[in-house]
Design a protein around this ligand. Structure first.
Ligand SMILES: Nc1ncnc2c1ncn2[C@@H]1O[C@H](COP(=O)(O)OP(=O)(O)OP(=O)(O)O)[C@@H](O)[C@H]1O
Length: 253
């Protein structure tokens, strides 16, 4: 079943410059999709549109068959529960004044989700591999990798169907990066994952499908293994030639 459908979407922050130009792709339920492109190609902008934080100038985005319209408050309330995001920098994305329990429970409060929030936070912590006693501590007491686990716990606590990750492992050292990629891979069995990265190696390790964005346009997409084995577009070929691959199998041993 199609979860997200992006159909001929164009967008610019100003009238003079298009940041996304006639972009189309679809994501099935349960899919792991890597959106790859160089800095400035429009990846974060596309995520902003997918979250309903901005509206396309033309084209449509649908979620679960319904048009994603930021002006439709009732739809957006439902949608926010179903789609959550993890950002790049685990240092700036967590409020240093709040305990971890409060940080992780934030979506439960803001989306007014009923139930035992304490238990939901404990479940989310367990899902990301952190001890329950982390709930009573503050962000500065954790490493970068642990902070990213906390950010992921916050993103999954409300049980989203779609997890968006914007360069979510780029700021981490290699060993930590591999652990977080493994965590995302395990979560990818429970929810759909759209993983935005300039790092084709990480996408190769994590994502079943890949979408390549070059300067506002999608130039290639398909099964990750196939695209990487036989890249058709010169941009994909250049990207592949310049980036070392990260293999989970090689690095686990
Ligand atoms: N709020 C904004 N107003 C005007 N221009 C913007 C705004 N945000 C981004 N841009 C421009 O849009 C283009 C695409 O930016 P975007 O952040 O989507 O790229 P990206 O592929 O995510 O890059 P990176 O990998 O560096 O994060 C860039 O040229 C950027 O300068």
């Amino acid at each position: 079943m199609t979860l997200i459908s992006v159909d001929r979407v164009s967008f610019g922050y100003t009238a003079e410059r298009r940041i996304l130009d006639d972009v189309s792709f679809a994501m099935e339920s349960g899919d792991t999709v890597g959106l790859v492109g160089e800095s400035g190609s429009g990846k974060t902008t596309l995520l902003r549109l997918l979250l309903g934080l901005a509206r396309p100038d033309s084209g449509t985005i649908t979620f679960d068959g319904a048009s994603l319209d930021p002006r439709n408050a009732a739809f957006m309330r439902q949608f926010r529960r179903q789609a959550q995001i993890v950002f790049q920098d685990p240092y700036s994305s967590l409020d240093p004044r709040q305990k971890i329990s409060s940080i992780i429970a934030e979506p439960l409060r803001s989306l007014r989700i009923p139930g035992d929030h304490r238990q939901m936070v404990a479940d989310a912590l367990s899902s990301v591999g952190l001890d329950a006693d982390a709930a009573g501590r503050y962000p500065h007491q954790f490493s970068g990798g642990q902070r990213q686990r906390i950010a992921i716990a916050r993103a999954i606590v409300a049980g989203p169907r779609l997890l968006l990750a914007d360069e979510a492992v780029s700021a981490l050292d290699l060993t930590t990066k591999i652990r977080i990629v493994e965590l995302l891979a395990s979560l990818g069995t429970r929810m759909s994952l759209l993983f935005v990265s300039h790092d084709i190696g990480v996408v190769a390790a994590l994502c079943r499908r890949i979408v390549i964005l070059e300067r506002s346009r999608i130039v290639e997409s398909g099964d990750t293994a196939e695209v990487l084995a036989r890249p058709q577009h010169p941009y994909t070929q250049r990207l592949l030639a310049s980036v070392p691959r990260l293999s989970l199998k090689d690095t686990r041993s």
